[in-house]
Every structure is written in structure tokens, then in C-alpha cells.
Design a protein around this ligand. Structure first.
Ligand code: RP5
Length: 166
């Protein structure tokens, strides 16, 4: 009997496959909590129609959160947020020039009414963890696992401090 993967409830999308080395940290965080996700390339500029369809259909397909990463003129998270009622988390992907500042500013300055929860440049792990917290708001078991994760994080930080003083 083969184990079936959990149905995707988070969409991890990006403007290009070249964004994956950054974005895979979001997928890893989701996997750590056993959250089902799908990973797709839906470029806002090169695949505009597919991108709009993805955003419009995401909620009806069962997704609960979208994590969208893009670099440069990074319009993907904002455009998805404009066509889906789901929470969208934006990940600025740093490219060769401008250190990701272009990506960050393209994603973070959304007009009122169309929110994108923007994480730090290349902050895909936090994007994954934020998606887990959003899902945990209505899932006591998942909330408990997040509490345990936070407790371990604190222990690890304290242990590093102890080693520094030893
Ligand atoms: C953006 O253009 C993508 O999100 C990517 O960060 C950037 C460069 O894409 P490639 O030219 O590497 O495909 O839309």
C-alpha cells in the first residue's frame, strides 16, 4: 500500500523555475508540518492568462493560502491577490542586480484593499511558516505542533547562547 500525499491546501507559485532555489524553503517548511502543497510556475508576464485563471480557481480547488514568489518586476503576488479571496504571502526573490530591493518594493507597496503579506527578501521559509500559522488558526492540532516548533526554536537559541559562554 503506498502512502498518499495530503491534498494540496497551499499553492506555492513562482514567476519562473529559476525562483525555485529560493522558493523550495517554503515547500520544505510546509512538508515539515505535513501540509499538502502544490508547486507551480505561473508567470504574471509570460503566462498572464494562466496566472489569472490560477488565482480565480484556487479557492474552489481547495487551496487555503497562496505563497507567491517572484523577482525583478515582481507583479505575481499582487496580481494573484487581486483575483483571489485567499490570503497571499509574497516572497521577494533576489536577482543578479539590485539585491532584491526591486522585488521587495514591487511586492510590498500594494494599494489599499488588495493585501499581500510580504516576507523578507528570500524569506521563503517564513512564508511557509506563516502559511502554517494561518491554517493553524482553525486547526487546534496544527496549532499545538506550531507551539512545539516554537518551543524547540527557543531551546535551540538558548543552547547556542550557552555554547557561546562555555
Ligand atoms: C520573474 O523574472 C521571475 O519571478 C524571476 O524571478 C525573474 C527572472 O526569470 P527568468 O528569466 O530566470 O525565467 O518574473
Amino acid at each position: 500500500m503506498s502512502a498518499t500525499a495530503p491534498a494540496p491546501v497551499v499553492g506555492v507559485v513562482m514567476g519562473s523555475d529559476s525562483d525555485w532555489p529560493v522558493m523550495e524553503a517554503a515547500a520544505e517548511a510546509l512538508a515539515e508540518f505535513g501540509i499538502g502543497y502544490e508547486a507551480e510556475v505561473v508567470s504574471a508576464h509570460r503566462m498572464a492568462r494562466e496566472m489569472i485563471a490560477y488565482g480565480e480557481e484556487a479557492a474552489d480547488r481547495g487551496l487555503k493560502v497562496i505563497i507567491a514568489g517572484a523577482g525583478g518586476a515582481a507583479h505575481l503576488p499582487g496580481m494573484l491577490a487581486s483575483v483571489t479571496p485567499l490570503p497571499v504571502i509574497g516572497v521577494p526573490v533576489p536577482l543578479k542586480h539590485l539585491d532584491g530591493m526591486d522585488s521587495l518594493l514591487s511586492i510590498v507597496q500594494m494599494p489599499a484593499g488588495v493585501p499581500v503579506a510580504t516576507v523578507s527578501v528570500a524569506g521563503a521559509r517564513n512564508a511557509g511558516l506563516l502559511a502554517v500559522r494561518i491554517l493553524a488558526a482553525h486547526d487546534p492540532g496544527l496549532r499545538e505542533r506550531m507551539r512545539e516548533f516554537q518551543r524547540k526554536l527557543g531551546e535551540q537559541a538558548a543552547e547556542k547562547g550557552r555554547r557561546l559562554r562555555a
